[in-house]
Each structure stands twice: as structure tokens, then as C-alpha cells.
Design a protein around this ligand. Structure first.
Ligand SMILES: *Cc1c(COP(=O)(O)O)cnc(C)c1O
Length: 450
């Protein structure tokens, strides 16, 4: 199995090479050159634990890592989750299930990928004997999950940029209070998209990236998307057989990473699925899936800050398939998008629905869910609870623990959600570095720690 770039100007990479590079050298995103067919394996996979399922799945994508090692890696990655199911599927009503993806160390779904990625980085640093500098931008949850995957791991430094004042206070503490010497939380002025742009520019300096052995740890890393495919398969396997016929996965979305993983699992042969993209008022993906036009707007802060994005970085992977796997067309469309123009794209063949939700409704939905079901949800997950599918069942992906967003949740339910991990953070001193939002400043900072 090899990995190609969506822009078609990069040689094929192995899994390990693609994971280490993050972004492809031509500026594109890595994708497996073909999707294996998993449909014949589902029956045998039904009895596996979550970690075992992940190990079986990853063997298809990285056969160069021995099976026994995959089992060790995934067992370790998912050992820190506080539910024996890792991703428990909870039945809320006859027609609605919730896949709880917030039982990892930072209480959001990003732990699924980043606990594993931290171990893969460590493995690579050991194999190459070279120190790895991991760099990423975050709207909140990626950064804390990446930091918790890498903190204290030998051979790795991790640098995470986040927009000052635009991540929730507890998210900032999760990044800034690890006490680990290899962790650097960096706040920059502007929005998430500015932080992401700086990271892209730093990677654009290929000599620097090579020299510093730089690796990207945001939602563009292919290992991350693959790790997220696993819980769609897991959820499908946990459903009663009678419920598997028609499933709509409802996915709170910002960068399009999470829902892309589900769509890839479907392409690999997971039957009966469709998807709904659930956005907050930063609705570029809602507009795309309802009109076919992809046009960036202004980012406006919302109650669901991890979805405050108007440049969905994983969308390029989907675009590659929308444009018939033609890298020349991908390059053309990406250039148009970069120039800020509206781009009209072909209709996707898979059925994607889309909904969006204002802050006011988010709060109302949290209150209603508490009242009706005594179930507390976070503001990101709340975006999913609208316009539920009429036939078949819905699986809502619950992307974060309500305890990460206590202000909105307390206002809506009258109860303050808490979690012991977060309580412990409140007494620790935060350590963060302010830097200008420029590639030069960030490069100079990274160099200091080589
Ligand atoms: C990152 C995040 C999202 C959005 O996920 P994407 O993969 O960027 O679409 C949604 N909810 C929470 C809690 C998140 O942390």
C-alpha cells in the first residue's frame, strides 16, 4: 500500500513516510492509492475489542509495520480511555444512537487519532535516530490532544499554534499545563485560519522542514483520518443487525476531517451509510452541500469553537474524488480557492445532507436534550440534533465532553458539568508563548530548541 498526493506532483510514499511528512511536498494531501475492500471482513471483526479492530484495520494500510507491533501500538493508544468500549455506542431512542468519542485523556474525539500518532512519531524517532519537531495549528481540541499524545515522548518536540483568546479557557489549560519540557503552546493573534496559514508557510519552506525534521500534526495527517475510520466501523458493528440497513452518521464538522473518515469507511465497503454534515454558524460546508458553491466567509466566534473554521483543510481529499481523481484539476481548483473566488463543484454521488445551527439554538438544544433525556451534550455535539432523518437510524458523533465547555452548558441546563481531569488542571500554572502570526517568528522559535 502506497500513498499519493492529491496534487499529483509527489512520488508515492510509504505509510511511515506519509505520516512523517504530514503535508505532501507539492502542497497536497496524502491519500491511499486505493481503498481496500473491508466488506468481507466485517463479520470476523465483530468480536474484536476496539484496540484489536484498530490494529486489524491499520494492517491493511501499513503492512510494513508487523501485525504484532500494530496490536501493541493500538493497545497502548487506547489504554488511557476511561470506558472499556473506548467508543461506547449509547442508544438514546429507538431511532437515535450517540457514539461517545470523548472518553480519551483530553475528552474530545481527537484523542482517537492523536494518542496513536504520538506513538507512531516516537517509533519513527527511534528508527531514524533523529529528533522530530512536530508542528500544528489548533482551534482548541487538536492541540490539546496532540500535546497529550506527544508530551514526555522521547525524541519529539511539539509546537502548537492557537489563536489567542479564541480557544476555551480549559482547552488552553490542557495545552499549557502539561509541565512537559518537550511541549510548546504558542498563542498568535487572529483566528484559527491565520494560525493554520502560518503552519502551512513554515512547511512551505522545504529546506527548513527537512533540516528540522518537521512533521505536521493537524487534521491533515493521513494517520489521523485513518484512525478515525475505525470508530465508524466499530459503531456499525455494535448496532443490532436490524438497525444496520439505513444509517445516517451525523457529524459535527469544521475541518471536514471527521466526516471524511466516515465517507472513506463507506468507500471501503461499510454498507448502509449516509452522512449529515452539521456545522455551526461558520457554514461554508453547509453552503457547499446545499448549493454546490464553495466560498469562504469570515470566521465568527461561536459556542462551538473547534468548528470555527472557513477553510476546511481536509476538504481537498474529498475534492480529489469529486474531480474524478484528476490532480491537475485539484491544483486548478485549489488555486482558485486560494485566490478567494467562489468555486462551483460537481455534486457528490454519496448522499450528504447538511445542517447548520446558530449559537442561540445550540443553547436551546442542550437545554432540551437535558430536559427530555437527562443527557448532557457539549455545544459541538448539539449542532447534530436538528432535522433528524425520517427513516432508518441516526448515529450522532458526540465529539467532546460537556465538561470542556462549562459556561454554555451550565447556562443551558442549570448544572455545571465537571470532570476530574479538568478539575486537576485548574490549580496548575499555564505556560504559553506569544508570537507574531508569521512564519519567520515561528521558525526562529523552533530553531531555538533543536
Ligand atoms: C475538531 C472538532 C470538531 C470538528 O472536527 P473536524 O474533523 O475538524 O470536522 C468538532 N467537535 C469537536 C469537539 C472538535 O474538537
Amino acid at each position: 500500500m502506497h500513498y499519493l498526493s492529491t496534487r499529483g506532483q509527489t512520488r508515492l510514499h510509504t505509510f511511515s513516510e506519509a505520516v512523517e511528512a504530514g503535508l505532501a511536498p507539492d502542497g497536497g494531501l496524502f491519500l491511499p492509492e486505493s481503498f481496500p475492500d473491508i466488506s468481507g471482513k466485517l463479520t470476523a471483526w465483530a468480536s474484536l475489542s476496539y484496540a484489536e479492530l484498530a490494529a486489524e484495520f491499520f494492517q491493511l494500510f501499513a503492512p510494513e509495520i508487523p501485525a504484532a507491533e500494530w496490536h501493541e501500538l493500538t493497545a497502548k493508544a487506547y489504554a488511557k480511555f476511561d470506558s472499556p468500549d473506548v467508543a461506547p455506542l449509547r442508544k438514546l431512542t429507538e431511532k437515535t444512537y450517540v457514539l461517545e468519542l470523548f472518553h480519551g485523556p483530553t475528552l474530545a474525539f481527537k484523542d482517537f487519532a492523536l494518542q496513536l500518532l504520538g506513538l507512531l512519531y516516537k517509533r519513527q524517532a527511534q528508527h531514524s535516530g533523529k529528533r522530530l519537531s512536530v508542528l500544528g495549528a489548533t482551534s482548541g481540541d487538536t492541540g490539546s490532544a496532540a500535546i497529550h499524545g506527544c508530551s514526555g515522548q522521547d525524541g519529539i518536540n511539539i509546537f502548537i499554534l492557537y489563536p489567542q483568546g479564541r480557544v476555551a479557557p480549559l482547552q488552553e489549560r490542557q495545552m499549557a499545563c502539561t509541565g512537559a519540557a518537550n511541549v510548546f503552546a504558542i498563542n498568535v493573534p487572529g483566528t484559527f485560519d491565520d494560525a493554520q496559514r502560518v503552519v502551512k508557510e513554515v512547511f512551505g519552506d522545504t529546506a527548513f522542514a527537512k533540516d528540522l525534521n518537521l512533521s505536521a500534526v493537524n487534521s491533515i495527517n493521513i494517520a489521523r483520518v485513518l484512525a478515525q475510520c475505525v470508530y465508524y466501523i466499530w459503531a456499525w458493528l455494535k448496532l443490532p443487525e436490524s438497525a444496520r440497513e439505513k444509517i445516517e452518521f451525523v457529524v459535527p464538522t469544521g475541518n471536514f476531517g471527521n466526516v471524511l473518515a466516515g465517507w472513506m469507511a463507506q468507500r471501503m465497503g461499510l454498507p448502509g451509510c449516509s452522512f449529515r454534515v452539521a456545522t455551526n454558524h461558520n457554514d461554508i460546508l453547509y453552503r457547499f452541500f446545499t448549493t454546490g458553491e464553495y466560498l469562504q466567509g469570515e470566521v465568527k466566534a461561536s459556542h462551538a469553537p473547534s468548528m470555527d473554521i472557513q477553510a476546511a483543510s481536509n476538504f481537498e481529499r474529498f475534492l480529489y474524488f469529486l474531480l474524478d481523481q484528476d490532480p491537475a484539476r485539484v491544483r486548478e481548483v485549489m488555486a482558485q480557492m486560494k485566490a478567494g473566488g467562489a468555486v462551483t463543484l460537481p455534486k457528490p454521488e454519496t448522499s450528504f445532507r447538511a445542517t447548520r445551527m446558530s449559537d442561540e439554538i445550540i443553547e436551546r438544544v442542550i437545554a432540551q436534550m437535558w430536559k427530555d433525556w437527562q443527557y448532557v451534550i457539549d455545544p459541538h455535539t448539539a449542532c447534530a440534533f436538528t432535522d433528524m432523518a425520517q427513516d432508518g437510524i441516526s448515529i450522532v458523533l458526540a465529539t467532546a465532553s460537556p465538561a470542556k465547555f462549562p459556561e454554555v452548558v451550565t447556562r443551558a441546563t442549570g448544572h455545571e458539568p465537571t470532570h476530574p481531569t479538568l478539575e486537576a488542571l485548574k490549580s496548575l500554572p499555564p505556560v504559553t508563548t506569544p508570537l507574531p502570526a508569521t512564519a519567520e517568528a515561528v521558525k526562529a522559535f523552533i530553531r531555538k530548541f533543536q
